[in-house]
Design a protein around this ligand. Structure first.
Ligand code: URA
Length: 243
């Protein structure tokens, strides 16, 4: 297990109490309301108080320390699902043998047939930085298309993606996306949001169809392990999503 000693995580007091004890959220809030929790020597009765691990947080006179968060990169195989449990397909977590795997979640799901880079964590604030369109975190997909593209068609699609396309059932256009041509039926697409089936729907909106989809990169983190393998992120990789 990798530790991330320099990362300063700000979180709500009730979350801090949960993360550093066996208490549920409701129990943590009860202890806070009863005045049993102090932050830097002051009683804190508001569960929404923002705290971090450099604060001295006590519960009934005992200092609480948070567990370290985990940040994991995995190469998702085709035919697995981004869920903690097996459903129609086996869960990707079958490949991840770590303690308390049920506490982990996936920061940006992929479809069952999509392969590639998946980031997994137990830090909700960190995954928000990856998945929220507000944060505009880049995701790079390698896409194989059913219909070959001429240079003119590729240029026209690149312009449409740059300007945003209308996906059925969505309010507003997609955010500006970048198309790079690899060959007549293979492209790289960079997007900064993660609508349901977004890449497949974007190509469908321009009259093509995705045959193979593979995520190569999220932010500055590139996929560098074999299919089905995983590793912990380095400290600087994990920190790159916390700024
Ligand atoms: N877009 C899709 O259509 N599918 C994925 O799995 C990821 C992005």
């Amino acid at each position: 297990m990798i530790f991330y000693p320099l990362m300063l995580f700000i979180m709500r007091l009730d979350k801090f109490v949960c993360k550093s004890t066996e208490l549920t959220k409701i129990e943590a809030i009860q202890h806070i309301h009863l005045g049993e929790v102090s932050v830097n020597g002051e009683m804190a009765r508001d569960e929404a108080t923002q705290v971090h691990e450099n604060n001295t947080i006590m519960l009934n006179g005992a200092r609480l320390k948070t567990r370290d968060f985990r940040y994991i990169l995995m190469h998702k195989p085709a035919g697995t699902i981004c869920s903690n449990i097996d459903e129609a397909y086996p869960s990707l977590f079958n490949y991840l043998v770590v303690d308390k795997a049920s506490e982990l979640h996936i920061a940006g799901r992929l479809d069952a047939d999509t392969t590639g880079l998946v980031l997994i964590t137990d830090d909700g604030r960190w995954s928000f930085n990856i998945t929220s369109p507000i944060r505009q975190c880049r995701k790079v997909y390698r896409v194989e298309l059913s219909r070959v593209l001429t240079i003119e068609q590729a240029e026209s699609i690149a312009t449409r993606f740059k300007n945003g396309v209308q996906l059925q059932g969505e309010e507003g256009l997609t955010r500006p996306a970048k198309l790079e041509v690899i060959s007549s039926n293979e492209v790289l697409l960079t997007i900064t949001e993660g609508k349901f089936h977004q890449v497949k729907r974007m190509f469908s909106a321009v009259g093509n169809r995705v045959v193979l989809l593979h995520r190569e990169q999220i932010g500055e983190v590139r996929l560098d392990v074999e299919v089905g393998q995983w590793r912990y992120l380095t400290e600087s990789e994990a920190l790159s999503f916390s700024q």
